[in-house]
Design a protein around this ligand. Sequence first.
Ligand code: ACO
Length: 403
Amino acid sequence: VIDVTSLYQKTNNFTFDPGFTSTASCESKITYIDGDEGVLLYRGYPIDQLAETGKFLETGYLLLYGELPTKAQFDDFSKRIAYHTMVHEQMSQFFTGFRRDAHPMAVMVGVVGALSAFYHDSTDIRDPEQREMASIRMIAKMPTIAAMAYKYSIGQPFIYPQNHLDYSANFLNMCFAVPCEPYKVDPVLSRAMDRIFILHADHEQNASTSTVRLAGSSGANPFACISAGIACLWGPAHGGANEAALTMLQRIGTVDRIPEFIARAKDKNDPFRLMGFGHRVYKNYDPRAKIMQKTCHEVLEAVGHGDDPTLKVALELEHIALNDDYFIEKKLYPNIDFYSGITLRALGFPTEMFTVLFAIARTVGWIAQWKEMIEDPYQRIGRPRQLYTGPTERSYVAMDERG
Ligand code: ACO
């Protein structure tokens, strides 16, 4: 009998790194994170500078092409995106095939994957022009598909894209306008949406981005790869944490109950954790959380909920935790999800849409990462190895002799 395990270990030399906590899967020039210092840079630019004054499509251009656009480049890029916001009319029939109560992320996985079947002229990944066309189509159509998923879930008619509106205003309009009533997107809210999209646009080799790269490494078409990324993002450990943070803040309810929950978070016999606190990479304040907190205030003011009780609980909880030895010692700070749930709820979205919004924003990062990989001359199919721990070789036994 051959000992497969020892044979395998003898003939192979590789690293065993579950969760890839210390393995770089690629080289990349797109996003830099310094978790100890709380730094996040897109192509060298600090996230706070981009989010403070920039536009989402400007950040999208930066992530895709490596440099901030000139005014002419930005206008041309925005125009190309606006031109492709419509989806094929036949696609609306896809939506009616889903149950009304389908989770919008389930709809997104299916419909985005199905784009492969509609755009055959942009699935040959060896052709740079087709890659470019696929990228533009994907970024342009994601908000339309997401808004359709939302409208379908609440039983309202689809609202077509309005290409005179900018990216985020157009998305909010497709979600919240109704055919028979006048509706005008509040510029404070569309600016907030834009900023939220910027904050979520890329985060180097996280689980969904790694999924897109791995799927793309086999030569799969970009629509299918992004659909795989959406599926991965759907998981509660990835895109779903903002919903958990909002639920927790609502459960705490009032400021006087915070100490009870802080005590539970510190109790090792209690599985409860402060949701929206701590991060695998950031051992300092998540730079996105600061901007999200500011955006949260702005949105709540704009919708007339400046004294929102959930925000009050969040601010006090943050204050108490940041002065508590347990959280200081373990370097647990608020992450982006701590304030994003309150903000998205104030914008008018139900919790099931939170991850969908994340997917719209992250699409630009996924595409930038996918393009970088495809354009790398040394790119190979991703093929992780394993540490085999199963049985050693044994002989087949006929079924009637197995006892
Ligand atoms: N509340 C209380 N204690 C915590 C928390 C928390 N939120 N997060 C970590 N800890 C403690 C752990 O119990 C552990 O304590 P120990 O050393 O005594 O065992 C220590 O801090 C280290 O925690 P790990 O889980 O080992 O750290 P890891 O880097 O693996 O986890 C994670 C990071 C998963 C984000 C964790 O902090 C967590 O569960 N946070 C709450 C969920 C959350 O907010 N997720 C969103 C992340 S951001 C995003 O994905 C976009």
